[in-house]
Design a binder for this molecule. Structure first.
Ligand code: 5AD
Ligand code: SF4
Length: 603
């Protein structure tokens, strides 16, 4: 049988060049892994499992070019739940079902990937798959991958080598193990992965998770399948993610996807596509559900299960504060966008739509006992209305991530960040005046193209000047396709990058310790998460600034029920007196149990 390959461009050609060739759907009919055409090698297990033997021949004669066009453009025009759609004519409904196959999902990279894992799982669960946390039990292993730095991809290649052993040693009595690569690495490398690692069965880019049941059905026949089509409007608005986040108290809610900023070092716009926002109404519906959801904390007794809904929501996106819901036409007037003072964009200014301040306001009204955070923002999108709202609303955390990337204006220009060091520092002052007590964090890259020792020292001095409470620091890693790859030289030697990174980390720690020590003696409201990992007699939680706070598990008064003595449970708000601080943790002793609303009345 001849290999069948269709490459289609995404509908609605994007305005920038690079995404057009990257936006494609690929269905490959590679030969079965044993090297024989898949029709010649039907596995006995598959027959037992009910996938008809003539699958490959139907696949070859089944789809027309129009079928592929439909499958490529359908979800883009009208996002709808997969089970509501008619199956493609060459797959039966039965073949699209998971038939109780066990899926093992492994997540790498950022919080967006954790959320994507929950979306992918939600889609597979509805298709009849089961989830397992035991790799040995799995029939399908899906890796949700990250491409941001070379090291992240190297980790996946190493993991694939281990999975290959698992796949080849699998007893014939079991269905063959299927391996899939999801997310950014699938999008960046596309068929290169299938060519390099023949035992990978499927690829799904970040906008193709709705297609997973179909891709898995093709993989079941022993063929490789891929969908790396980028969408202009996929937000998975109707897919309620199955929340499996860090604790029983908090959840992440995706509000937008993609990025239009095109910072010169960054692969994200190429792997996650154009910026698009989820409609406000669907975000609010998810937040309301989370606020009502009763969730028990793994590892705790019934005593420790939350009596009410979740207590913290983090709004999630590559560029959360660029949020712009244009789905409701009445709001699409020509109101211009307010940027932070001294900041510019790399793209033509957008107009209209419901902006981040509106969303934040609405989300914070859902539940007065629910803390609201957001990540990751870009410094350009902090107009005064956002800052005022954060200051005024008792349940919006006074915590802002403000990725600087460098302290040198020269490097910032090469990075195409759209601001100078001076504009950034002015914004920091403005934020500190607008939101007294605000906690600040940042991202920095050491050793970007052309960075001199003097540029590096400017970054050191910015770390000292701002004294961040939290920081995420990385050595520069050149990524193909980016502007820096095409136009700049990765000329800082590896050893120098490492040394500069080490220096930045050490200065950051020193300054964060100083900043955090300022809170010794203060009383801080802590949302309890559960037992401390290091000690069974201590509890841990987070303060408003998102710093970890550890305190002994002792009895305390409940100020909302005078006379009542209680022990803290996950989901409780407790006031903790801070007695010591390091660069990453605060320690203290508990004073009393309270509520978010009551505690703000005394602040
Ligand atoms: N090399 C190193 N760090 C990078 N980041 C993004 N791209 C790169 C790269 N090519 C960092 C930035 C960003 C964070 C998520 O990852 O600091 O804010
Ligand atoms: Fe990458 Fe963030 Fe810049 Fe977007 S804003 S290109 S995600 S670093």
């Amino acid at each position: 049988m001849q290999p069948l390959r269709h490459v289609l461009k995404a509908q609605g050609s994007p305005r920038w060049g690079p995404l057009t060739p990257a936006s494609w759907l690929l269905l490959k009919n590679f030969r079965a892994h044993g090297g024989l055409p898949s029709t010649a090698n039907p596995s006995p297990e598959r027959q037992e499992d009910g996938v008809p033997k003539d699958f490959s021949s139907r696949l070859a004669t089944g789809p027309t070019f129009q079928d592929f066009l439909r499958s490529a453009s359908g979800p883009q025009e009208e996002p709808s739940s997969p089970e509501a759609e008619d199956p493609p004519p060459y797959l039966t409904v039965d073949e699209l079902l998971g038939r109780q196959r066990k899926v093992y999902l492994e997540t790498y990279g950022c919080q967006m990937n954790v959320n994507d894992t929950e979306i992918a799982w939600s889609i597979l669960q509805k298709s009849g798959y089961l989830r397992t946390s035991n790799l040995r039990e799995a029939d399908v292993v899906l890796l949700v991958t990250c491409s941001i730095r070379e090291k992240a991809e190297q980790t996946i290649w190493n993991r694939l080598r281990q999975l290959k052993v698992l796949k080849t040693k699998r007893p014939l009595s079991r269905v063959p193990l299927r391996i899939g690569i999801l997310g950014c690495m699938a999008e960046r490398l596309k068929e290169e992965i299938l060519n390099r690692e023949k035992m990978v069965d499927l690829l799904a880019g970040p906008d193709a998770y709705r297609d997973l049941p179909r891709l898995l059905a093709i993989a079941e026949s022993g063929q490789q399948a891929a969908n790396v089509l980028l969408s202009l409007d996929e937000t998975y608005a109707d897919v309620m993610p199955v929340q499996t986040s860090r604790s029983a108290t908090s959840a992440f809610v995706s509000i937008m996807r993609g990025c239009d900023n095109m910072c010169s070092y960054c692969i994200v716009p190429f792997t996650r596509g154009r910026e698009r926002s989820r409609p406000v109404a669907s975000i609010l519906e998810e937040v309301r559900k989370l606020s009502e959801q009763v969730k028990s904390s793994p590892g705790y007794s019934v005593l420790f299960s939350l009596s009410q809904g979740l207590k913290e929501v983090t709004l999630l996106g590559q560029n959360v504060n660029s949020f712009r819901d244009s789905s409701e036409v009445q709001f699409n007037n020509a109101v211009s966008t307010n940027l932070s003072r001294g900041f510019t964009t790399n793209y033509k200014m957008k107009q209209g739509g419901l902006r981040f301040a509106y969303l934040l306001d609405q989300v914070s009204r859902v539940d007065p006992e629910m803390r609201i955070r957001f990540t990751s923002p870009h410094p350009k999108d902090f107009p005064d209305e956002v800052l005022q709202l954060i200051d005024e609303r008792h349940n919006i955390c006074k915590q802002i991530h403000l990725p600087a990337q460098s302290g040198s204006s020269r490097v910032l220009e090469a990075m195409r960040r759209g601001y100078s060091r001076e504009a950034y520092v002015e914004l920091i002052h403005h934020i500190r005046e607008s939101i007294p007590g605000v906690s600040l964090s940042s991202d920095f890259i050491a050793g970007f193209c052309g960075e001199t020792e003097e540029d590096h020292l400017q970054t050191v001095s910015l770390l000292r000047e701002v004294q961040y409470n939290m920081g995420f620091l990385f050595a520069y890693s050149m990524r193909q396709k980016t502007r820096a790859y095409h136009r700049l030289q990765d000329d800082v030697p590896g050893e120098v990058k490492k040394r500069r990174l080490k220096e930045l980390i050490s200065v950051f720690r020193e300054e964060a310790t100083k900043a955090n020590k300022n809170s010794v003696g203060s009383s801080q409201l802590v949302l309890v998460e559960g037992l401390s990992k290091r000690s069974a007699t201590d509890l841990c939680g987070r303060n408003d600034g998102n710093l970890k706070v550890i305190f002994p598990d002792t009895e305390m008064e409940d100020v909302t029920n005078p006379g009542l003595r209680v022990r803290a449970q996950p989901g409780d708000y407790v006031m903790v007196k801070i007695t010591s601080a390091s660069s990453q943790t605060l320690k203290g002793h508990v004073l009393y149990r309270t509520t978010l609303k009551d505690s703000s009345a005394y602040c």
